[in-house]
Ligand binder design. Structure first.
Ligand SMILES: *[C@@H]1O[C@H](CO)[C@@H](O)[C@H](O)[C@H]1NC(C)=O
Ligand SMILES: *[C@@H]1O[C@H](CO)[C@@H](O)[C@H](O)[C@H]1NC(C)=O
Ligand SMILES: *[C@@H]1O[C@H](CO)[C@@H](O)[C@H](O)[C@H]1NC(C)=O
Ligand SMILES: *[C@@H]1O[C@H](CO)[C@@H](O)[C@H](O)[C@H]1NC(C)=O
Ligand SMILES: *[C@@H]1O[C@H](CO)[C@@H](O)[C@H](O)[C@H]1NC(C)=O
Ligand SMILES: *[C@@H]1O[C@H](CO)[C@@H](O)[C@H](O)[C@H]1NC(C)=O
Length: 417
């Protein structure tokens, strides 16, 4: 118990000694600290070592604290620091001198600087800003065959006057461009922008910075900055040249990597196979450009493939659209031909059956193939025989006709021979 309180006392003493300002060991703060905007959503912090700092054998460094728009703390031995950050809410930072080599010297006081927020009420800024990039192949530019385009859309701020006009810019690395192709709403206010060619390098790791400011006769329009990570907004093209074939029991599917600056090993794929007969979807993920599946039945398959840049090459992003559907297997023409044949045969059988029935009912069978040749009655004799029944039975009428026909046929035969 006694030793424990002794340790506690010792710790308190150390602590107090540490926090006591000691003129000799206190470092002096940096001087001439400035914050300069060097580009869209980009600032340069600069300071100088205090000229009155006694040159000891102590190595000095600096601790930088970003206070706004987002708190951040880091240490450096340089006397300048570049930051990429949104600036529409202003920017403020502080810096102090610190011993670099873990010396027990005390850090200096802080010096601070700030950039004021640009004027305008927040409701006048654009809202719901979204951007996407896509890659196109431009063979007429061999040094940069993959050309990245940028498309951004936004909505007009709720407090923006009707006469507001917005202007849109992007910066990638050291290149900044203003929008040349706007899409407008009914009040002719810009609400989207298309950059068909940009300085964006799709394999680059820099953040894309965009800036939208505006003007109006009636109010100050507050600008808006936004930063985008490329992997999060890059719309990868779908795989190309998807082909599929069935050989025996195997369904084999092949495709080529999307049009992209990323090399072949950077992609992962998802293959979607639809079995039309079973009405069943099969989805497979893979990193190769071929997929072979066993087919145990005859069916028509429709196949689509999509791609994404895998984590091997950059942070996982979005899937591409599905490729155009390719079809393979028995298409539904064959089953319909078979059905047609079956229906045809069934119809013929049915007609024959009906015909047979009619023949039986009408005793035609017997009449058409008489068992013995009928005696050659004259029409007159026949009329004498059947006349009593004539008015009663329709059957008799048929008999009459058939007899007439038969006799006509015989007359024909007679005339031929
Ligand atoms: C700091 O800036 C002042 C003028 O603002 C200048 O006279 C002085 O030389 C600068 N200090 C250093 C160390 O460069
Ligand atoms: C940097 O900003 C300061 C004000 O903070 C200004 O006096 C100075 O001229 C700027 N320097 C450059 C190089 O723009
Ligand atoms: C704009 O974004 C807000 C939230 O940020 C959301 O509530 C709203 O639905 C969006 N408007 C449209 C038209 O997408
Ligand atoms: C292809 O690149 C060339 C040179 O950069 C450019 O002039 C041309 O407009 C581009 N073609 C397309 C379709 O963008
Ligand atoms: C908008 O921002 C651009 C780039 O920073 C600037 O050149 C332009 O003067 C600004 N326009 C307005 C109306 O603030
Ligand atoms: C797709 O196939 C066609 C012809 O088979 C070929 O000309 C083309 O280069 C292929 N596309 C790709 C991206 O390889």
């Amino acid at each position: 118990m006694a030793s424990a309180s002794l340790i506690l006392l010792w710790a308190v003493v150390i602590l107090r000694a540490d926090s006591l300002p000691d003129k000799k060991s206190l470092l002096l703060p940096p001087t001439n600290f400035t914050i300069n905007v060097t580009g869209l959503a980009q600032v340069l912090l600069r300071w100088e070592p205090n000229p009155h700092q006694e040159p000891g054998n102590v190595e000095l460094g600096y601790r930088v604290r970003i206070n706004a728009p987002q708190e951040e703390d880091y240490e450096t031995r340089n006397t300048e620091s570049k930051r990429v950050t949104v600036l529409h809410q202003g920017f403020s930072a502080s810096v102090q001198t610190i011993p670099w080599d873990g010396h027990s010297l005390l850090a200096s006081n802080w010096v601070s600087a700030e950039l004021k927020a640009p004027p305008g009420s927040p409701g006048t800024s654009i809202v719901n800003l979204t951007c996407t990039t896509t890659t196109m192949l431009n063979n007429s530019n061999p040094s940069r065959p993959y050309q990245v385009s940028l498309y951004c859309t936004w909505l007009v701020g709720k407090d923006a006057p009707e006469d507001t006009q917005y202007f849109f810019y992007y910066r990638y690395g050291s290149s900044t461009e203003e929008c040349q192709e706007y899409r407008k709403d009914t009040l002719k206010r810009n609400i989207a922008c298309w950059f068909p060619r940009t300085f964006i390098r799709s394999r680059g790791s820099d953040l894309l910075a965009v800036h939208a400011n505006g003007s109006s006769q009636r109010a100050a329009i507050k600008p808006l900055d936004q930063l985008f990570a490329l992997h999060a907004i890059d719309r990868i093209n779908p795989p190309v040249n998807v082909t599929a074939e069935i050989e025996g029991n195997y369904l084999s599917i092949q495709w080529e990597k999307p049009i992209s600056a990323f090399p072949i090993h950077c992609f992962e794929y998802e293959v979607k196979i639809y079995n039309a007969r079973k009405n069943y979807f099969q989805t497979e993920k893979m990193t190769t450009n071929t997929f072979i599946s066993i087919t145990d039945d005859i069916s028509k398959y429709s196949i689509q493939v999509r791609a994404a840049v895998s984590s091997v090459c950059r942070q996982t992003g979005l899937w591409s659209e599905w490729s155009q559907t390719v079809y393979v297997g028995n298409d539904d023409q064959k089953p319909s031909t078979e059905w047609f044949l079956i229906v045809l045969v069934a119809t013929i059988c049915f007609i024959l059956l009906i015909f047979t029935l009619i023949c039986k009912i009408g005793h035609l069978w017997a009449r058409l193939f008489p068992p013995v040749p009928a005696p050659k009655n004259s029409l007159k004799d026949f009329l004498v025989i059947v006349s009593p029944e004539k008015t009663v039975s329709s059957e008799t009428e048929i008999e009459v006709i058939s007899y007439v026909e038969e006799s006509g046929l015989e007359t024909l035969e007679d005339s031929v021979f």
